[in-house]
Every structure is written in C-alpha cells, then in structure tokens.
Design a binder for this molecule. Structure first.
Ligand SMILES: NC(=O)c1ccc[n+]([C@@H]2O[C@H](COP(=O)([O-])OP(=O)(O)OC[C@H]3O[C@@H](n4cnc5c(N)ncnc54)[C@H](OP(=O)(O)O)[C@@H]3O)[C@@H](O)[C@H]2O)c1
Length: 324
C-alpha cells in the first residue's frame, strides 16, 4: 500500500549529514509536508520541550537522525555527554512520539553497536554477543538502547496502538554535509582535505598512517537516505518476515569493502593529485576488517547504487563549496 504524500513527517537532526540527506530524499519522493527544528529551537534532551513540540506538531512519522556524534578523541574525552545526550534524545523522541500517536518511526543507529571481535561480515545476529570497543562503548550502549526502545514499544503497544518503530544501522557514511575538521573527521573527509591541500601546494607526497591494508566499507549518504525511506515504507509483512521482535534492526551497507590503500588512491585520482602516497607502517592500523552483512536489506529488495568514484566526486565538490 503506498503512503499518502501529504503525511506530516518530522526529521529530527535535519541539519546533520544524514538528516539533510533524508530531507532531500523525501522531497525527491514528493513528501513535502516536513517539520523540522534546529538544535537551538528544540533541544531534544529536554523532555518538556520535546513533549510540547509533539503536542503542537503531531507528526505522522518520525525519522530520528539527531544524535551527539564524534570521533574517537571526542568519545574518549566526553563519554558522559555521549551516553547521556543520546539516551535522552532517543527516550524523549520515541516516548513522546508514542504519546502523541506517531505510528511509524525510524531510528538511526550505527555499526559500532556490534562487538569488537565479531565474525565478518557483521550480521544483525551479532548484536549483544560480546564486548564492545571500549573507546565508544557509552555511545554504542545508547544506540543499542535506541534499538531496544523501538522493539519494546512495538512489543508492548504494537497490537493495541498500531505502532511500528524500526531501526537501521548504517556502515561508514560519506557525502555532502560531512565534517572536514582537521583532527576530528572520518577517514574519507580527512583524505579529501589532505589530498586537496597536497594538490594545492604541489606537495610531492602524502603520508598516510598505517600499512594501508585494513579493509573498510563506505556508503554514500544519499544511498543511506534512500535506504531509510525504503525501510520506513516497507510493507509490514515483509519487514516482519526478515526481522524478529527482539532483533528488529537492519544493517545498511554498500555490500563490499576496499583497502585503505585503494581508498587513498581513489581519492587522489578524483582530486587530480599526481604525487606519491606513502604509508607510515610505524603507525597503528586498527581493526583489519569491518564489513556489514547487508543480506537482510538485499533480501527485502534494496541495494546501494552510488559507486565510490561518483560519490567521491560529489563529496569533493561539497568540500570545495565549503572552503570557498
Ligand atoms: N556519519 C556517519 O558516518 C554515520 C555512520 C553510521 C551511523 N550514523 C548515524 O546517523 C545519525 C546522524 O549522524 P550524522 O552523521 O548526520 O551526524 P551530524 O551531522 O552530527 O548530525 C546530527 C544532528 O543532530 C543534531 N543534534 C545533536 N544533539 C541534539 C540535541 N540535543 N537536540 C537537537 N538536535 C541535536 C545536531 O545538531 P547540532 O550540530 O546543532 O548539535 C545535528 O544536526 C547518528 O545517529 C549516527 O550515529 C552516522
């Protein structure tokens, strides 16, 4: 059954990288009755403010893409902020959505919910089978709580109130709206910045930490947004067929991974950098492989469509716009 395009949809975190891509995707699909609030207008950690917002707006659907996010350094330095703010945002939004009659909600999690040591590719069943990576454990615990909030409301109120709250776990994302901060950015925006600066200065070489052999998976953010809307719209019978009441989250990955060396070479090519790429083998590599098992998504009929080169070209244009 197709969903009416007039429904009121709240995108929480619409100015973030993922939230803004979800807004683009919804607009492309003809949903234009969107409601948004900036962080300044509505602090989602404030229970009363979230309640007032839902009472006033009464949306039909919610995409929960607001979160306190950050890299290893931020997670290590501010663990209390990461667990507290994320638990509060999720609890407030999910509970008030329920209180004010929202039947469909999509929660955005992260691949860090899976244990540090886990069979690759990481399947949904790996959740809660082992110890988490200590550096972002507080953040991951909050994200696991988000999944469990959705599942618990479905179990308790699914039948009686017709609610259907789902969650998706994205792999590493990149694309427009990314954070290019020199010390606090993910691998793709960090490489874009470094190769662009090396190209501008005609530096003979770019040095990359580690051996270049670790394998990572990357998904273009607009594909993630398409996947989010796909899961939100998915027929309930099909969703139920591929998930379990107490294991309802769905991985969203690209489907394959590449080495850091291949990634660096591809970024260099997109930027037009002609110098050498040197790997500083004395620096640590991190986990050798981190790949999502995206079998559930594929079995339900969705697959990523943007290849790395095309995604990187758009990302580079976004970076150039940001620094101009
Ligand atoms: N980026 C990735 O590679 C990636 C990978 C996997 C999963 N995810 C998940 O996707 C979701 C969105 O990530 P993102 O990359 O889009 O992050 P982002 O760019 O930092 O966006 C997060 C948004 O949430 C807002 N926000 C944070 N705290 C808030 C609060 N207390 N009240 C209201 N708004 C608040 C932020 O506003 P301010 O900036 O104004 O605070 C920002 O607009 C997260 O759940 C993340 O775990 C992202």
């Amino acid at each position: 059954m197709s969903i009416s395009k007039d429904i009121k949809i709240y995108v929480a975190g619409h100015r973030g990288m993922v939230g803004s891509a979800i807004v683009r995707q919804l607009n492309t699909k003809g949903f234009d009755n969107l409601v948004t609030r900036t962080h300044e207008e509505l602090d989602l950690t404030n229970q009363q403010a979230v309640k007032d917002f839902f009472q006033e707006e009464r949306p039909d659907q919610v995409y929960l893409a607001a979160a306190k996010v950050g890299g290893i350094h931020a997670n290590n330095t501010y663990p209390a902020d990461f667990i507290y703010q994320n638990l509060m945002i999720e609890s407030n939004v999910i509970h008030q959505a329920f209180q004010f009659g929202v039947r469909k909600l999509l929660f955005l999690g992260s691949s860090c919910i899976y244990p540090k040591i886990v069979p690759q590719p990481m399947s949904e069943e790996a959740l809660l089978t082992g110890k988490l990576e200590p550096t972002n454990e507080p953040y991951a615990i909050a994200k696991i709580a988000g999944i469990k909030l959705c599942e618990s409301y479905n179990r308790q109120y699914g039948q009686s109130h017709g609610i259907d709250y789902r969650s998706v776990m994205p792999t590493n994302l990149y694309g427009p709206g990314d954070n290019y901060h020199p010390e606090n950015s993910h691998v793709i925006p960090a490489l874009i910045r470094r190769f662009h600066e090396a190209w501008k200065k005609s530096s003979p070489e770019v040095v990359i930490w580690g051996t270049g052999t670790p394998m990572r998976e990357f998904l273009y953010v607009d594909d993630m947004a398409a996947a989010s809307v796909f899961v939100m719209e998915l027929d309930k019978r099909l969703y139920d067929q591929h998930t379990d009441q107490m294991q309802s989250h769905i991985n969203v990955g690209f489907g394959s991974d590449i080495t850091i060396r291949e990634l660096a070479e591809t970024v260099g090519k997109v930027i037009g950098y002609q110098g050498k790429i040197i790997f500083d083998m004395s620096k640590p590599d991190g986990t050798h492989k981190k790949l999502m098992n995206s079998y559930r998504m594929e079995a339900m009929g969705w697959k990523a469509s943007t290849n790395l080169i095309d995604g990187l070209k758009i990302s580079y244009q976004d970076y150039l716009r940001k620094i101009s």
